[in-house]
Write a protein that binds this ligand. Sequence first.
Ligand code: ATP
Ligand code: MG
Ligand code: MG
Length: 385
Amino acid sequence: MNSKKIGVLGGGQLGRMLVEAASRLNISVTILDSPVNSPAKQIQATSTHVHGDFKDPLKIQELAQNVDVLTIEIEHVDVEILEKLFSKKSVEIHPHPYTIRIIQDKFLQKTHLSQNEIPVVDFIDIPDKESLNIAIEKFSYPIMLKSKLLAYDGRGNYVINSEDEITDALKTLGNFKIPLYVERWTPFVKELAVMVIRSVDGVIKSYPVVETVHKENICHLVIVPAQVDGVILRCAKEIAEKAIQTLKGAGIFGVEMFLMKNGQIYINEIAPRPHNSGHYTIEACETSQYENHIRSILNMPIGSTSLKVPAAAMINVLGKSEDIHETLGPCVEALTTPGATIHLYGKKECRKGRKMGHITVVADSISQLYKRINPILNIDDENDT
Ligand code: ATP
Ligand code: MG
Ligand code: MG
């Protein structure tokens, strides 16, 4: 389909699902990640992968020498070397390093969005403890303290409810070793997300608006279409597309949003890569987020983003403990659930809260969907410790 070779920084589950989509189109993918237990490398035996850290500039250079297009499955990469490679034009890079730089720093990301008149919740830089006190005075408790860098699955967030918690919050987030900022606590009624695909020429298309439900800061359940009224759906789509228009480069983006009681929508954060809230697209849409990412970075026509079923859900299989059997309870249930597809990522070690796999369920209606997913969710709840 395309003779260009793709190199991916990161070889986790998102890389694995990119490899799956690429292999159907017979497109070559080379992965940069640690030598052991990379979910993406496990299923791509036809390429010689690069073993090393996706934050290591030398390893990124080595990958770049062996491929035509570089892309990422994680934003926490060394962006300086990407900028250098980009300016030398030695390899194509998607999304643009400018986009990765903005997004990998949550404070910079929020500043960029607000400068572009995209709604985000109020936020304040916290260079030291004194400025934290000023922020608390301004926002009052609770407040959300966040790491600017390296955050995922809520690690890097701390909700401060009272003065007694300040010391522990600062200690947990590394006492300013990683820079911090504060967001106003946002009592949303729902979290929404939209996957947006952008072509090399900057043309934008979005997937349906989904509803995401988090458990202890980690995405647990995705329902599509989001069960909100049409005005909200239109508004979420518009905001997500407008935000991606302000960025550069091709590829798929995940836009996380908060829906308030009065209908106001704020962007929480953007991921410049395939996203957990878009896993459902593999079974439920005409073209998956993974295939469209590959198509867009190779400058191929972007496929339809429409749903091909009336309703779908995605349930994350999160590690319950080190015991994989307990964790796989929902998957065993899903083996006999109509419309269910199980994805396991091949991670060697199971840990509490670790994303070990996911289950997608499709249905002919929202009520049929809930009938199908409820037994899976019940097993999942029973195994919570
Ligand atoms: P991800 O795994 O999505 O990258 P993350 O570590 O970057 O997560 P955030 O997306 O910032 O973390 O926050 C995780 C969750 O915490 C959100 O999905 C939301 O449920 C909650 N949250 C984040 N910011 C706020 C806020 N300002 N007010 C209330 N809740 C919030
Ligand atoms: Mg994040
Ligand atoms: Mg998030």
